[in-house]
Write a protein that binds this ligand. Structure first.
Ligand code: ATP
Ligand code: MG
Length: 502
């Protein structure tokens, strides 16, 4: 029985101080949860959680500057800068549904606190015996140490009851199993499957936080695709992310085998672990393929996918700014550069994507290609596109960068405020994107004047997504009938056109 086993640990100074201040105030305190699990597994804990019998207000009183962040009794203290989370022993009852505990009751003992934890490997505590030497004893009433050694993820107590109490544990099971390289114990797995539907009641925020942890775990034994596949196998993917589950079976004509879900998961794995939001974009980039599948074509799947991604991210309550970037990446991921692109086409591309998103879009494309078994390019080359962006996209891309504004237009041309001014500004921007040397006060006023006196003239090149064509790795059939497939030929001469490399 490992319970009571001695373990000498080298505690960070801040954690030692937290434990000793609580002990001096005659309170019990022990290290618990993930940090002890990591210590037992001989990996360096990332964060340290302390459990105590002291109520939150007492903990807060003992540590000046402590913040009491939530109603679950977790006080964050920073004895020397680094945060240590101190949580009052809890005893959870009152689950009305599987969303989250209705209320939290303070527990009386460490044992009670360990009993309310999710998995045996997370229900181990380390109680200090001598803080100076770092000697302490392990408290392991559910044999979490044995489960770690056997490679098992097992619910604490009755699995059915534990998952019925809190459906987030269903998702956490997939995360811990793949992170720690554990098998889910059969009774636990059966209970997960039986309760899978209840994950639908989870708040978007809680699902989001779990998903982002899956996508960003640098220490996971397996890549994020393993956790996502496990969610699928357990019946949770279809409940939480039906749009993703729908990609299963959607055929792909790519060098690498598999369907659109396999491809999406490979894309996630190919993106950097320290960029969870970019990985999320990779996960969602082909969402539109399930609905646009017709005769092996995925026409418009990036726009369908962007709409589906927007709805999914809204459901997860992702901050608006992050969601907007991801949706933009999804909607723009099908660009197909060729050396025939004019300089103006390169500038329109930059404007459409947004200069702030180019690096991420290229990273997504590289991962998309890797996950397709395709090498850029069929036509052009990403390095070449980058180079051309550096060369030609320095000029104005937004109206605010024009040499004149609406006020000058009105003053100089005697115009009333109204929609025509806005139209003119848009026209001027198009002209400047076509030829940046026009961005002077005189040239722009001359251009505007001509446009006013000759309103029948064809409007300047409208910026369509005309230089967007399917990604290199995609089914070539998708280009059929795609109006964006042909490189655009701008009106008139092309003084800026660069010679295609031989
Ligand atoms: P990580 O290293 O990913 O932070 P962790 O084990 O520390 O893993 P946390 O989510 O930080 O996981 O939670 C800390 C501890 O709190 C867990 O080890 C577990 O004991 C307990 N816990 C967290 N969430 C739940 C939950 N929903 N139900 C039961 N216990 C939970
Ligand atoms: Mg933790």
């Amino acid at each position: 029985m490992p319970d009571g086993r001695r373990l000498t640990v080298s505690l960070p100074h801040g954690v030692r101080r937290v434990l000793s201040v609580l002990a001096d105030a005659d309170h019990e305190a022990a290290v618990v949860g993930g940090s002890v699990r990591d210590l037992v597994a001989a990996t360096e804990p990332v964060d340290w959680d302390v459990a105590t019998d002291a109520p939150p207000e007492v903990v807060a009183g003992l540590f000046p500057g402590a913040t009491w962040e939530n109603r679950f009794g977790t006080v964050t203290v920073r004895p020397d800068g680094e945060p240590v989370e101190v949580t009052t022993y809890r005893h959870e009852s009152g689950y009305r549904d599987a969303r989250r505990p209705d209320h939290v009751a303070w527990g009386r003992s460490l044992d009670e606190d360990l009993a309310r934890r999710d998995f045996t490997v997370n229900a181990i505590a380390w109680r200090p015996l001598d803080l100076e030497s770092g000697e302490g004893e392990l408290v392991d009433p559910y044999d979490g140490i044995g489960d770690l050694q056997r490679g098992m993820l097992r619910a604490v107590g009755d699995p059915q009851q534990r998952f019925a109490e809190d459906a987030l544990r269903l998702v956490r099971a997939a995360r811990f199993a793949t992170r720690l390289g554990l098998e889910i114990e059969p009774a636990t797995e059966e209970a997960i499957r039986r309760n899978a539907a209840s994950a639908a009641s989870l708040s978007g925020e809680r699902v989001r936080d779990e998903l982002l942890r899956i996508l960003s775990d640098p220490r996971a034994a397996q890549p994020p695709s393993a956790a996502l596949l496990l969610l699928e196998r357990l019946g949770l993917l279809a409940v939480l992310f039906p749009e993703l589950a729908a990609l299963r079976g959607v055929p792909q004509a790519k060098a690498l085998a598999g369907d659109a879900l396999d491809h999406s998961l490979r894309t996630v794995d190919a993106l950097p672990a320290d960029r969870p939001l970019l990985r999320l974009a990779g996960l969602l980039h082909d969402l539109g393929k399930a609905t646009t599948l017709a005769d092996g074509h995925f026409i418009g799947h990036e726009m369908e996918g962007a709409a589906l991604a927007a709805a999914l991210l809204e459901r997860l309550r992702l901050p608006r700014r992050d969601a907007e970037r991801i949706v933009r990446l999804v909607s723009q991921h099908m660009f197909a550069y060729t050396p025939e692109w004019t300089d103006a086409a390169v500038r329109r591309f930059v404007r459409r994507v947004g200069p702030d998103l180019l690096d991420d879009l290229f990273a997504l494309r590289a991962a998309d290609n890797a996950a397709s078994g395709a090498r850029e390019p069929q036509h052009g080359d990403l390095g070449e596109l980058r180079q051309r962006i550096a060369e030609v996209a320095g000029g104005p891309l937004t109206q605010s960068q024009l040499a004149i504004d609406g006020r000058v237009l009105m003053q100089e041309l005697g115009l009333e405020a109204g929609p025509r001014v806005g139209e003119l500004l848009r026209e001027l921007l198009e002209a400047v994107i076509e030829d940046p040397t026009l961005n002077t006060r005189e040239a722009l006023l001359g251009h505007a004047q001509r446009s006013l006196t000759n309103p029948g003239a064809p409007p300047h090149q409208q910026a369509q997504a005309a230089d967007g064509a399917p990604a290199a790795g995609d089914n070539p059939a998708a280009t059929i009938g795609d109006p964006g497939a042909a490189p655009r030929t701008p009106r008139g001469a092309r003084p800026n056109r660069r010679n295609p490399p031989s």
